[in-house]
Design a protein around this ligand. Structure first.
Ligand SMILES: *[C@@H]1O[C@H](CO)[C@@H](O)[C@H](O)[C@H]1NC(C)=O
Ligand SMILES: *[C@@H]1O[C@H](CO)[C@@H](O)[C@H](O)[C@H]1NC(C)=O
Ligand SMILES: *[C@@H]1O[C@H](CO)[C@@H](O)[C@H](O)[C@H]1NC(C)=O
Ligand SMILES: *[C@@H]1O[C@H](CO)[C@@H](O)[C@H](O)[C@H]1NC(C)=O
Ligand SMILES: *[C@@H]1O[C@H](CO)[C@@H](O)[C@H](O)[C@H]1NC(C)=O
Length: 389
């Protein structure tokens, strides 16, 4: 009797149990006795605990306010954990630093051909930047003292595979160790600075948004790379694409390292050759993750310029004869971001580069410059960076 009563007490919360329980009882040999007992219990229960203790339908009883809101679907343990952790990271105030720095993270196969140019960029600004080098193929030979001792423990990187994302995360983890680092810029060995240090520093530090390239490409190289296996963790409508060269605020760097759910999803279902698709995780992981959790916290364009106008598989590589004052002036004056969809009509999505309410030049860095351009760039550097003043 006591047990049965306790069970009935619980029926206010559990709506499926009574039916199952009833069916169980009726299967027993002494089903008549049991049924009578059940009716007695039900009557006693109804008398002792009048119906208002058990709202007749979910959400419309007197205890309506007590119930949590009904989610669109039931999240798995991992999804729920990811959501609460990410929400808390995003809502935490940033820890102020007395000496805020920008972390410049170089992702390269080996030596950096533009070290001397970067040295020109950095000199005189000691204490406001830190350098990290991830060399995936061979140990770099450094020609600038600023880069000596800045190599981090590295691993092999396969183009388009998850090891690329792993290298990005490794750079972030190393750079996050320094609590003065407030902004994190990913650069390649073929990247050059387009402005002087002060300009870059205030551009990145005076905003609270991260510059992550992000757009919805309806074509085969965008949505065409989405796999149904990614659902429900990543819905098709949230699938985004963008160039990997990011520049992120500290809270977004922490978020990227805290996530394993979305990372694992892409590791499994976004890789070259999976289900006959050519999906490259480094082009989708950050745009999709940040689009889901902090869409207004990202600029949707990358501050690193690259020229896709030739419409080839790889962007344009600048040779020595291409590097002129005019070229650099042209790149620095661009104030519209352009995304070209991979659908048949090659639709162009153009938007002005705006943050803090004003239109800005979109780019701080540019690629891909061949090593042979070093001398021309060194000669031109003071001239074109003077434009930023
Ligand atoms: C970012 O800055 C803008 C204006 O500078 C402000 O309105 C917004 O609340 C800030 N966002 C966060 C998350 O701090
Ligand atoms: C980036 O795009 C999202 C929509 O995907 C938008 O909500 C957000 O405001 C955009 N960011 C900026 C800085 O305009
Ligand atoms: C610079 O831009 C102008 C105007 O868009 C164009 O005519 C010219 O060819 C560009 N020069 C270089 C070197 O890219
Ligand atoms: C951006 O806006 C904030 C708050 O309105 C202001 O303090 C800051 O100086 C602005 N930054 C720039 C570069 O305009
Ligand atoms: C750089 O600027 C100086 C002074 O304005 C000028 O004399 C020089 O010719 C310029 N050099 C180049 C390569 O444009």
């Amino acid at each position: 009797m006591k047990i049965a009563q306790a069970w009935l007490l619980g029926t206010g919360d559990l709506k499926i149990m009574p039916v199952a329980r009833h069916r169980n009882l009726s299967k027993r040999p002494l089903w008549i006795i049991a049924l009578v007992a059940l009716v007695c219990v039900a009557l006693t229960g109804a008398y002792v605990y009048p119906p208002q203790h058990r709202p007749p339908c979910f959400g419309c009883g007197p205890r309506e306010d007590w119930y949590p809101p009904v989610p669109a679907r039931i999240y798995t343990d991992d999804e729920l954990a990811a959501r609460v952790v990410i929400r808390d990271i995003l809502s935490m105030p940033s820890i102020p630093s007395k000496n805020p720095k920008i972390a410049f993270m170089f992702l390269s196969p080996g030596s950096l051909p533009f070290e001397k140019l970067w040295e020109k960029f950095f000199l005189g600004h000691e204490g406001r930047f830190s350098i990290y080098v991830h060399a995936s193929r061979e140990k770099p030979v450094h020609v600038s003292p600023l880069f000596i001792g800045r190599d981090i423990r590295s691993d092999k990187v396969a183009w388009g595979k998850i090891s690329m994302v792993d290298a990005e995360k490794r750079l972030l983890a190393n750079a996050l160790q320094d609590t003065d680092n407030q902004h994190f810029v990913l650069l390649s060995e073929s990247c050059i600075p387009l402005h002087n240090f002060d300009y870059v520093y205030s551009y990145l530090m005076e905003t609270n948004i991260s510059f992550i390239d992000c757009f919805n490409d309806p074509g085969p190289h965008g949505v065409g790379r989405y796999s149904e296996h990614m659902s429900p963790v990543i819905e098709k409508k949230d699938w985004r694409k963008g160039a990997q060269w990011f520049s992120v605020k500290r809270k977004h760097a922490v978020l990227i390292l805290a996530d394993s759910l979305y990372y694992t999803n892409l590791k499994l279902y976004c890789r070259p050759g999976f289900e006959g698709r050519y999906c490259y995780s480094d082009e989708h992981y950050l745009p999709t993750l940040l689009h889901i959790f902090d869409p207004t916290g990202i600029a949707n364009w990358s501050v690193t310029h690259v020229d896709w106008s030739e419409g080839k598989w790889h962007p344009k590589s600048y040779k020595a004869q291409d590097v002129t004052f005019e070229l650099l002036k042209n790149i620095t004056s661009i104030d519209m971001s352009v995304h070209i969809a991979s659908n048949k009509r090659k639709e162009e999505l153009k938007r002005p580069c705006i943050w803090n309410g004003s239109k800005r030049p979109c780019f701080l860095f540019a690629r891909k410059f061949l090593p042979e351009t070093l001398d021309s760039l060194m000669n031109l550097f003071s001239n074109f960076t003077a434009l930023s003043e």
